[in-house]
Design a protein around this ligand. Structure first.
Ligand code: ADP
Ligand code: MG
Length: 196
């Protein structure tokens, strides 16, 4: 379970982007964080992933059947984050990037390379935005962490790519969280809900 309690976050003092967020994500379900641009979806993901500071509140991960709370400094052992804002060295080809990414998990290299829908000799800079996004999604799909979070997975993807993403995550038996930019209400708030 991934539990968020009384989470507050501001970038400018007193102006809260996230205000009293409370939610329990349970394994191995899938959830979507929805909200308009600027509502704080990526901020929330950054806080869960441990690379953004929070003002207050707690993020806890508890393992199945056990009630011991995992030390948040070890959060990287449990969560993989796929974001369109994380990039790879432009001059490397995909094979080289994959070899770098999985230097400590070499068994994942052939798994990713066989799932690649395009030539592994292509330099990263020569991929289209959609191809880059598909490559990043693949790194999440083959992850061996129990929690994978995709920020705006469908950005740059066509309908076929979107369909592929949802089919692939449905096959996974782990906690999946993804975001979707959507104008829901007049107020700029995020909504977290179970994705069927
Ligand atoms: P979303 O992912 O929902 O589009 P973000 O989490 O990226 O939203 O941003 C939420 C709000 O926080 C936006 O108003 C954005 O301008 C602001 N913001 C994000 N990062 C920073 C930052 N480093 N410094 C100041 N404001 C920021
Ligand atoms: Mg965002």
């Amino acid at each position: 379970m991934l539990k968020i309690t009384s989470l507050f976050k501001s970038y400018i003092s007193g102006k809260y982007i996230l205000k009293d967020i409370n939610f329990e994500f349970t394994f191995p379900k899938k959830y979507v964080i929805e909200g308009p641009n600027g509502s704080g979806k990526s901020t929330l993901i950054g806080i869960i992933g441990g690379y953004l500071n929070k003002d207050s509140g707690t993020i806890e991960i508890t393992q199945k059947q056990q009630n011991n709370i995992i030390d948040t400094t070890c959060i990287n052992n449990y969560i993989d984050i796929v974001s369109p804002y994380i990039d790879y060295p432009e001059e490397l080809n995909l094979k080289e990037i994959v070899e770098l990414l999985y230097i400590n998990e070499k068994e994942l290299i052939p798994i990713l390379l066989t799932k690649l829908q395009f030539d592994a000799k292509l330099k990263y800079k020569n991929l289209s935005s959609g191809m880059k996004q598909k490559f990043k999604i693949l790194t999440g799909l083959i992850s061996n962490k129990p929690i994978v979070i995709f920020d705006e997975p469908c950005i740059f993807l066509d309908n076929t790519g979107e369909k592929w993403f949802f089919e692939e995550i449905n096959k996974l038996n782990k906690l999946i969280i993804f975001t979707e930019s959507k104008k829901l209400h007049e107020d700029k708030k995020i909504t977290i809900k179970k994705y069927i």
